[in-house]
Ligand binder design. Sequence first.
Ligand code: SF4
Length: 251
Amino acid sequence: MLGTIFSIEDFAVNDGPGVRTTVFLKGCPLRCQWCHNPEGMSFEKEWIEKKNGERSLCGEDIDSADLAEMLLRDEKIFRLNEGGVTFSGGEPLAQSEFLFDVISSLKGRVHCAVETSGYASAGVFEKIAGISDLILIDCKTTDPETHKKYTGFDNGPILENLKRLCASENKFIVRVPLIPSVNDSRENMLALLGIIRGAKSLLGVEILPYHKTAGAKYCMLGKTYFPDFDVNAKPNFTDVFSENNINCTVL
Ligand code: SF4
């Protein structure tokens, strides 16, 4: 089965346990104003043009069996480093059949993590979570209006999928991109805590501070970057998670 990816990065250290290879799948239904992978938003291939005029096509079709074979070449290295493969994007669940095919071929040989916004149907989410070794699920904000304002979409399906994980045996980590004055309030963290507290397969919470350098890639794609928040503000963070015995790391 064919899928579209836009990058494969080796030696990733913040995308799950150990040293990992991260595969970025192209296309995402959300439009987060802070997205630092704007080349992963469109499902179509697109040209990237550097300041020096050099152009390259972003996006490549690849067969799931070929991708799995390529990743399996590093099977021993992954095992030595207690690492594996992480599928990110874009939104990997948006190409769920391709993703399922690749993970099925790696299953039991390579540790497979999936980094997702959680924006997917219950069926797709459960199918991928059920076959993965680890889910890294973003929770940008628990507030529906704020979510819609800054990502363009309702967070209902995301919160439902997060609750599914909390009730499941699937290991997962919750990731929060920390955006100044958008989701950095103590109230938002407490609301998230209320959802995840007590989840038996939760490994922890990871906080991803916002970097305004994200804006640099947009002009290379011919897009403008005008986020509706103060990119220079220093975000607040209250670690209500550690206070409640949940492992919390600021990446
Ligand atoms: S969900 Fe992730 S990839 Fe999609 S727009 Fe938001 S930050 Fe970008």
